[in-house]
Design a protein around this ligand. Sequence first.
Ligand code: NAD
Ligand code: TYD
Length: 349
Amino acid sequence: MKKILITGGAGFIGSHLVRLFVHKYPDYFITNLDALTYAGNLENLTDIENSPNYTFVKGDITDESFVEALFEEKKFDAVIHLAAESHVDRSILDPMSFVKTNVLGTGVLLNAAKKNWTDLTNKLFYHVSTDEVYGSLGEVGFFTETTPYDPRSPYSASKAASDHLVRAYHHTYNLPVVVSNCSNNYGSHQFPEKLLPLMINNIVHSKPLPVYGKGENVRDWLWVEDHARAIDVIFHKGITGETYNIGGFNEWKNIDIVHLLCRIMDKKLNRAEGESEKLITYVKDRAGHDKRYAIDATKLENELGWSPSLQFEEGLDKTIDWYLANETWISRITSGSYKQYYDQQYTKR
Ligand code: NAD
Ligand code: TYD
């Protein structure tokens, strides 16, 4: 039985990945290590919490003695590392927590793997990262696996540092690693601080829709379950030491996405056409706001045979339906510290 540690499995992408692995690989044993920060939520995994090939461990990846003891006890064969502070706006408010979790935490996990894996056969440290490490694109071009790193927010800088550490452990200690850098994800269970769930939630409650700057910034959107499928493919077929970019060639200007959401939701909520669009409010731009991200995922498609399964409109439709059907999930999340964050971020912006 393969013993796999997934970190950050109670978060957005991690919970989709845990669910996929628990269902698809009954002969693997999955340990989900998560500190349950504001972004971690065990409600995301109630459907699989009693599966015989799954266990949850609450803990902080920056706690060195705890992580090392866990490695000694569980004898992991592989790590898929997703735990992170993940939101750019929060990294602007509090950069040090990003340095701590994303840089130090990754270092602690790498060290524990290095110490425990005296025999490196059939071992793998898979690091899940972001396209934001490559910086910001102009009107044309794509990020490829060889694009030089140019991170520009505290979030992307901390992820870039963690990517470098992972590759350094490969080159220096032969630790078997693989890294993937993915574009913006959307789908169910995403914390409503990110663009899509925030806008969906605000449309439901007829609250202002805060578009940063002129809404001209471009992001490349991928359905979260397609990201989880890509991680599965790379985990099993990827070449050690390699990097794979993940994306769906699906670029959208923020303002166009917000308009699209408004149109779809007017219909779903039986509102008059154009009603939700009246909520659009242009607010002060994000500091250092990256203009455009766009991923070239040709390597992953050609070498490992992955491609996205869903068109954006279909994925968006499923996502909106999930949020509309899970009002209790979202209202529990937005009733805690979220309110304080929201006020700090958006009041008088
Ligand atoms: P998320 O914020 O939804 O989840 C992060 C999880 O990590 C949470 O469950 C949280 O409790 C946990 N965590 C945070 N600090 C921890 C710590 N110190 N110890 C243990 N657990 C801790 O994030 P997400 O959007 O699911 O992103 C997951 C990973 O994927 C991150 O590494 C992120 O950089 C990367 N990524 C995200 C996207 C995206 O669009 N969301 C795109 C590409 C890559
Ligand atoms: P976000 O979901 O935070 O992802 P990232 O910054 O990591 O790409 O933001 C996506 C885009 O949406 C980004 O260009 C910033 C913009 N944005 C808004 O215009 N308003 C908002 O309230 C948020 C959260 C984001």
